[in-house]
Design a protein around this ligand. Structure first.
Ligand code: ADP
Ligand code: MG
Length: 698
């Protein structure tokens, strides 16, 4: 690995604050900074100056094009590149980039999901610059993060409502801070760091399996002889090829100003994780999109493929994304930091109550923000959070919360020192927030960790929900507290009643257990096991009221998003079903049939030598495989039939039809094929097996 000057490399491809300060006239720089820091509207008159500086900087760094970079509702990012080049007559050209081009783009929106929002005659869409997320250079283009909306002004992306939700929590958060006498804070912000899990497999294996190529996950595959039972992969030594990949990935991310910090092997064989240092939520979201993109893009250079799917292998841990979320101020205060005496820290307790209330009131939306066809294969599995939302506070905070609810005295558990019993090893202080890996929403020191999101998902929706739901708590609190005579008394009462009212969402135990599912039901918590069930509740009255009252999403925007969620669920499933049919009919049946012929030839030729030779093994294999062949054929045909029926249904209807009718047929076809795999000679099996794939990256 070559030597690099990392501090110099870091953010070298970013039009960062430093670059702005260096290259912009003082007043323009100040005005832009004001927009970024306080979310105020950009002054159009400075756009030309900023654009000019950006262009010069980009060209010096080898860029020839610029692109508005946006996040349509397809889950991936979109870009369309224009050269800076502009002809000036006489066969000459200059490099140009205007303020207008920086601020606004007009891509054709007709091929992006709109969920019925956009009529075809209004195909045009607009992209608008998000000055709060830095522009950067990638592959010879200047990337300008933008929001994307339809000709009629409805959001067609994930960023627009996210920015609106940031405004909402800022507005309501400031009301609360002012009540506490804080006049210095200019902006309340939420911060996000998303830990990203992923698999790396050999490129050859990826190419050899159509399920991986089309669906990003295996749809067949008998368990390998060895799974993850030895627990030797988690935090294990990183194989050289993977280490080289991770190093390259870090370098590329650092250049883009993404502070990739932690890397390690995860629990499943071939599974890994990357965690960056957190940033303001819109930047955290953009960075996560870039991290996923670079993970996929760099792997082939090392002869590997990166799988981001939530459940690439049955029976092996799936991949998620831990969305670390916190609440703070532009002055650097973390409102979710308990401090040394949390029992006296009323602002912390109020903020904590706001989050607890938000999670309880909008469980359904949080669940929905992690609901995709891919993540359905993972949630509820024995390594992943169940579909019930609950909040884990840790012993200490839980004790404090209950003492507030009961009005009893709180005895602080003093933080403990522990010794390793070795004279040379120092005693260390034990972390007071203990760890519960089974909780879907856990307090971890000074932030909450939402663990339900799928590894392939855009994390925007979850954060839109969190920001807006907590803004709603703050709004209610501020309405109650503003103008009261005895602020302290009213404040204590409010904290207590809020915690009391929402204590059903608090749970310390094992969230994976069956007992919890029953108890959660008794507590009245919602439990939507599949994505379509969760989608149904998106536009429940209270949810429409939440988003519309803050202007985060209109009802039409919500309906369109719900439609897109259903659409994307059904399309994913349609493709999976068709892939299974094709692989069964064109890969597995022909291969097994050839093997059976080979066995039959062996039987015949041996019998020709002597009728007394024992051919019972071959005969039994022929019988069993022939029976499986017929069942596989019937199963594939049956799956083909119901998949075609699903295609004729509307998306919501099709989604439920998949759950009830198609998914079980997919499961049973898989079982037949997996059984054939275990009986077929290795050389005849047409695709790499779990054993081949999971243990080959060295
Ligand atoms: P673990 O796996 O033990 O949960 P990691 O270090 O892998 O811990 O990940 C923790 C993540 O939480 C990192 O991405 C980190 O930047 C992020 N984080 C830490 N503090 C905050 C905060 N105040 N707001 C948002 N994210 C935070
Ligand atoms: Mg974590």
């Amino acid at each position: 690995m070559a030597n690099h000057n990392i501090p110099e490399l870091f953010a070298s491809q970013v039009f960062s604050e430093d670059v702005m300060r260096e290259r912009l006239p003082k007043d323009v720089y100040r005005s832009l900074l004001h927009t970024i820091a306080e979310g105020s509207e950009i002054d159009n008159s400075i756009a030309d100056v900023v654009a000019g500086a950006m262009k010069d900087w980009a060209i010096e760094h080898g860029a020839t094009h610029f692109t508005h970079w946006f996040q349509p509702l397809s889950g991936v990012t979109a870009e369309k590149h224009d050269a800076f080049l502009s002809p000036v007559g006489g066969g000459k050209a200059i490099m140009e980039f205007s303020g207008k081009e920086l601020i606004k783009g007009e891509p054709d929106a007709s091929s992006f999901p709109s969920g019925g929002l956009r009529a075809t005659f209004e195909a045009r869409g607009y992209t608008a610059w998000d000055p709060a997320s830095y522009a950067f250079i990638k592959d010879g283009s200047l990337y300008i993060p933008t929001a994307f909306c339809s000709y009629t002004g409805e959001a067609l992306d994930t960023k627009t409502p996210l920015l609106r939700s940031m405004d909402a929590i800022n507005r309501e958060g400031l009301r609360i801070l002012r009540l506490f006498g804080d006049t210095a804070t200019k902006r309340v912000i939420t911060t996000v760091g998303a830990e990203q899990e992923y698999f790396l497999i050999d490129s050859e294996h990826f190419k050899a399996r159509r399920d991986l190529a089309f669906c990003g996950r295996t749809l067949f595959g008998a368990p390998a002889v060895k799974g993850q039972e030895m627990e030797d992969h988690y935090f294990g030594a990183i194989p050289t090829r993977v280490a080289e990949y991770m190093h390259e990935l870090d370098l590329e991310l650092w250049k883009l100003g993404i502070c990739s910090k932690t890397k390690h092997n995860e629990s499943a064989p071939s599974q890994h994780e990357l965690a960056p240092i957190y940033g303001t939520v819109n930047i955290g979201v953009d960075h996560n999109q870039l991290i996923m993109e670079y993970m996929k893009k760099l792997a082939p250079r090392f002869g590997m493929e990166c799988l981001l799917a939530e459940k690439p292998f049955e029976g092996i841990n799936g991949s998620g994304k831990h969305n670390n979320w916190s609440l703070g101020t532009d002055t650097g205060v973390n409102l979710l930091k308990p401090g040394k005496t949390p029992e006296e820290n009323k602002l912390f307790l109020l903020s904590l109550s706001a989050v607890i209330k938000a999670v309880d009131d909008y469980q359904d939306l949080l669940r929905l923000s992690s609901a995709t066809a891919g993540n359905d294969c993972r949630l509820g599995g024995n390594e992943a959070p169940p579909s019930v939302i609950s909040v884990f506070l840790g012993d200490e905070l839980d004790a404090l919360v209950h003492s507030i609810i009961d009005g009893s005295a709180y005895s602080k558990k003093s933080s403990k020192y522990m010794s390793f019993g070795v004279s040379t090893v120092p005693s260390i202080r034990r972390d007071t927030t203990d760890r519960n890996r089974t909780s879907p929403f856990a307090f971890t020191g000074n932030k909450f960790e939402f663990r339900m999101i799928g590894s392939a998902q855009n994390i925007a929706l979850a954060n839109i929900v969190l920001n807006t739901a907590v803004a709603a708590s703050f709004r209610e609190f501020a309405d109650r507290l503003e103008g009261v005579e005895d602020f302290d008394k009213e404040l204590s009462r409010l904290i207590r009643t809020t915690l009391k009212e929402h204590q059903r969402i608090l749970f310390l135990g094992n969230s994976y257990s069956k007992e919890w599912e029953a108890e959660a039901k008794a507590r009245g918590l919602s439990n939507y096991k599949t994505s379509p069930e969760a989608y149904e509740h998106f536009t429940d009255e209270k949810n429409v009221e939440l988003f519309t009252s803050f202007g985060v999403m209109s009802e039409a925007e919500m309906l369109s998003r719900r439609e897109i969620l259903y659409e994307s669920y059904r399309k994913t499933k349609n493709i999976e079903a068709r892939t299974m049919v094709e692989m069964t009919l064109r890969d597995f049946i022909p291969a097994v049939s050839r093997y059976v012929s080979e066995l039959s030839d062996a039987v015949n030729s041996r019998r020709a030598i002597s009728a007394a030779i024992d051919t019972s093994v071959e005969v039994e294999l022929i019988e069993r495989l022939s029976a499986l062949l017929s069942r596989a054929f019937v199963g594939a045909k049956e799956l083909e039939r119901v998949e075609k029926l699903a295609q004729q249904k509307s998306s919501p209807e099709a989604s439920f039809y998949f759950i009830k009718t198609v998914n079980p047929k997919m499961d049973s076809l898989r079982a037949i094929v997996d059984e054939m795999e275990t009986l077929t000679a290795r050389e005849h099996w047409p695709v790499p097996t779990y054993g081949d794939i999971l243990f080959s990256v060295r």
